[in-house]
Design a protein around this ligand. Structure first.
Ligand SMILES: Cc1cc2nc3c(=O)[nH]c(=O)nc-3n(C[C@H](O)[C@H](O)[C@H](O)COP(=O)(O)OP(=O)(O)OC[C@H]3O[C@@H](n4cnc5c(N)ncnc54)[C@H](O)[C@@H]3O)c2cc1C
Length: 355
């Protein structure tokens, strides 16, 4: 296990905000996991499980606790009648997994190309894009249960998946450390009709290759036009969740002329539409740029602190509520100091050893 002290959360998250984390422990083998959580428990530190930080935001006050990151890598394959089961260690970068599956002509995750993050985080918010969700092909996950310090396997049905939700970010939030994810993928191609923007791109460019690698290429191009590359621009991708509506709410919204999309995942209005309607698309608010390509994406262009993001968020959410009566919900999670440590173990820094 790699142990780091006093690390800026801004350096661990793609929005690049947040003060110092007291400890950052990087897990390199399963045995490290109980040791890491045991260390936090021994000194009464809160813990936060982090991946690549693409859906996580740090606050200015930092985190007086222990951040634990899964760095275990590797993909093992098991042949099935229709394709392969891939068991992927949670520290693998997600897009490398998609690339690997596409090379083997496996369908099921090609539309999830270029989603930044580690594999261990993929089931947490049930990553989804362009008509696919990780829940579609996920068979099970191996976890460490932080309540009783045991290793367990949770199956897809245990995980209660829905739009951007699972057991892991709802009823059992922060309880399980995801060690590995097993996907069941088949050799083949996605079925038509594809997601609207994929169909549009295909017809505009006269494309005919719908193999997993072909769709991966299309999705990568669409995303590059619309979404910031987090290695170049600080961002958490979609900052607001789309607004999901019941059938009767959808009817009322349609009567008012709002653009309701009725898909297999339910009735929704794109959060970006509301933001555009209140005039914020492309605007710079407190150093936070509302993307001019997709208004639900916020980019940290020159924000000095989390507080700047907070002010920008309040303006956007408030104005949308005043005009439309919907509260936009934030997608990224935040690292919050939930309890204070009762004992601080000795540390050494440039001022000497502190007790
Ligand atoms: C430019 C951009 C585009 C994006 N596009 C999409 C998109 O199209 N679709 C989509 O769904 N998301 C998208 N996202 C969001 C993000 O990529 C996903 O949520 C991704 O899964 C985050 O992975 P991560 O490793 O960065 O997770 P982190 O941000 O580090 O963590 C996210 C959550 O998962 C938990 N977690 C992380 N690792 C583990 C683990 N091993 N065990 C248990 N819990 C864990 C954390 O505690 C936290 O609650 C985008 C983000 C960016 C910046």
């Amino acid at each position: 296990m790699r142990v780091n002290e006093n690390i800026l959360i801004s350096s661990l998250t793609t929005m690049r905000l947040g003060g110092l984390a007291r400890y950052v422990l990087e897990i390199e083998k399963p045995k490290d996991i109980p040791d890491a959580f045991g260390f936090a428990k021994q000194y009464n530190f809160p813990t936060f499980i982090l991946g690549y930080g693409a859906n996580t935001i740090g606050r200015d006050e930092g985190f007086n606790g222990v951040i634990i990151i899964n760095r275990m890598k590797g993909i093992t394959e098991e042949k099935t009648e229709t394709g392969f089961k891939l068991k992927i260690m949670g520290g693998e970068y997600w897009d490398n997994v998609v690339a690997h599956a596409c090379e083997k002509h496996l369908t099921g995750i090609e539309a999830l190309s270029k989603i930044p993050g580690l594999t261990g985080a993929a089931p947490v918010q049930n990553i989804g894009a362009y008509g696919q969700e990780v829940a579609d092909t996920l068979e099970s996950i191996e976890v460490f249960d932080t309540t009783d310090y045991t290793f367990k396997t949770l199956t897809k049905s245990d995980l209660n998946f829905s739009y951007r939700k699972s057991l892991l970010n709802t009823t059992a939030k922060n309880r399980y450390f995801v060690i590995s994810v097993t996907l069941n993928l088949s050799v083949g191609e996605m079925k038509r009709p594809f997601y609207n923007s994929i169909e549009k791109y295909i017809s505009e460019n006269n494309l005919t290759d719908f193999s997993p690698a072909g769709i991966r290429q299309i999705v990568s191009k669409i995303r590059a036009e619309k979404l910031p590359d987090p290695t170049e621009k600080a961002s958490s991708g979609s900052f607001f969740k789309n607004v999901y509506l019941t059938d009767s709410e959808a009817e009322k919204a349609e009567e008012k002329g709002y653009p309701v999309h009725r898909g297999k995942d339910g009735n929704k209005i794109n959060a970006g539409w509301f933001i555009e309607q209140v005039g914020f698309k492309g605007q710079l608010l407190h150093g936070i740029r509302v993307s001019d390509k997709a208004a639900l994406v916020l980019i940290n262009e020159s924000a000095k602190s989390y507080n700047d993001l907070k002010k920008a968020r309040a303006e956007i959410v408030g104005k949308v509520y005043d005009k439309f009566g919907y509260w936009l919900e934030q997608e990224p999670v935040e690292i919050v100091n939930t309890m204070s440590a009762t004992y601080i173990p000795p540390i050494s820094n440039k001022y000497g050893t502190l007790e």
